[in-house]
Design a binder for this molecule. Structure first.
Ligand code: SAH
Ligand code: SF4
Ligand code: F3S
Length: 410
């Protein structure tokens, strides 16, 4: 059996794509290894959302030159969003690449493998199903129809394409039957999913009703589709996790307009309030140093963070991406970016701990990921007194919080 080493960068969609590519390679006789030294094939699945992410993938590719020389017959596949952006240009700098498969090629990956002639099918070959864990990922849509002025995703992933609900339900049922009690639905703007006669909320409710499904999560939703109708359709279904990751990007309505996010600070806060009123914890993504972000705009981000009471926030320095409208604008200097990021990170650090403190005394429903630790429905880490089988749901109460860990009464 030949061995396959996979390095995945970027978001959960990329992780799910890596799983899919691994399955096609399994049919060609490749089994997974965690050790690059024993691998015959290295699959690098890349991200290009910020320059730093792309740089990491390219520097690994640089290191793989030697790895490939060390043993004859070794192969390299370069896949994902950076592969989509750079395409055949990569062959100039990295002539030793065997196959380039951009993010948009994911549905034709198997055909690409066949066409290359390098990876013949092996009759009766096994599969590369990961060891059953707690969360089973199911991609429900690909691409993005928004056009945020800083973002390269629509250009590397293409327009929205929703998978049919029949396929999604089949896949989710299969994951549940394999032993994943939590199903995570994935898409770049996951809640943009729709089908004739069916809403995203309908889909969530249907997935949650499948045998063996204990909990349903979804990433990443866009605020535009968090509507009163959506909330009404999900709020009474306890299997839908009480946590939502809702990227805000900026707290200034002026900057949000220039980012083309399609909402104001006030509208976003209304949505957060509506979610919190129904028991949802809200986390977010924030970009600092967008070209038109003045000090006053940045202060509005700081005040929004306090006001929204996020349970977590991922903060990024603005990174210009070639071909996006914002890339034409004048950049802030690195020192300003660093300073703003530092200030924001300091504010955010306290937020998570405060959110954990607010949970103390509340009932918690923990899905165990280790014998004594797991995640609550609202996505807080919790430690139990007793030991449980991984994957079981434990009902208890949060007795205290230590930093970002809840301790339960169980
Ligand atoms: N589709 C998701 C986000 C996908 S990209 C959404 O719209 O919510 C993940 C995160 O990367 C974004 O939320 C944003 O905070 C960040 N990001 C995207 N482009 C960026 C850029 N050019 N510079 C810095 N951060 C960026
Ligand atoms: Fe990028 Fe905006 Fe689409 Fe998210 S919604 S992927 S930030 S363009
Ligand atoms: Fe990165 Fe592509 Fe995901 S650019 S964030 S891996 S969609």
């Amino acid at each position: 059996m030949k061995k396959l080493f996979i390095q995945t960068y970027g978001c959960q969609m990329n992780l799910a794509d890596s799983e899919e590519m691994a399955a096609h390679l399994a049919a060609r006789g490749f089994e997974l290894t965690e050790l690059l030294e024993e691998a015959d094939l290295a699959l690098v699945n890349t991200c290009t959302v910020r320059d730093h992410a792309e740089h990491r993938a390219l520097s690994l590719l640089g290191r793989l030159r030697r790895w490939k020389r060390e043993k004859s017959g070794r192969r390299i596949i370069f896949a994902g969003c950076a592969a989509q952006r750079l395409g055949e240009k990569l062959k100039k700098t990295f002539p030793y690449l065997d196959l380039i498969s951009g993010a948009k090629d994911i549905d034709s990956f198997s055909t690409l493998l066949d066409k290359s002639g390098l990876f013949p099918s092996v009759p009766g070959a096994g599969n590369n199903a990961a060891q059953p864990g707690v969360s089973g990922y199911v991609t429900i849509m690909r691409g993005c129809d928004f056009a945020c002025s800083y973002c390269i995703v629509p250009s590397v992933r293409g327009p929205v394409h929703c998978l049919p609900s029949a396929d999604i339900l089949k896949r989710a049922a299969q994951k549940a039957a394999e032993g994943y009690p939590e199903i995570v639905l994935l898409g770049q703007t996951v809640n943009a999913w729709r089908e004739e006669g069916k809403t995203f909320a309908d889909l969530l409710n249907e997935v949650s009703a499948l045998p063996g499904v204990e909990r349903v999560r979804f990433v990443s939703p866009h605020p535009a589709f968090i509507t009163p109708e959506f909330l009404a359709a999900v709020e009474h279904n306890p299997k839908i996790a009480r946590h939502i990751h809702l990227p805000v990007q900026s707290g200034s309505s002026k900057v949000l307009k220039e980012m083309k996010r399609g909402y104001t600070r006030e509208l976003f806060l209304e949505k957060v309030d509506a979610l919190k009123a129904r028991g949802f914890a809200v986390s977010t993504d924030i970009i600092v140093g967008f070209p038109t972000e003045t000090l006053q705009d940045f202060e509005e981000t700081l005040s929004l963070v306090e006001r929204a009471g996020f349970s977590a926030a991922y903060c990024f320095k603005y990174s210009p991406r070639a071909g996006t409208p914002a890339a034409q604008m004048k950049l802030w200097d690195e020192k300003t970016l660093e300073e703003r990021l530092d200030i924001l990170l300091n504010r955010v650090r306290g937020l998570a701990e405060a959110a954990y403190q607010r949970q103390v005394g509340k009932p918690v429903q923990i899905l165990m990921e280790t014998p004594d630790k797991g995640r609550t429905s609202d996505n807080f880490w919790a430690q139990t007194k007793k030991s449980y089988t991984i994957g079981t749901m434990v009902q208890s109460q949060a007795q205290s919080a230590q930093g970002t860990l809840l301790l339960t009464r169980d």
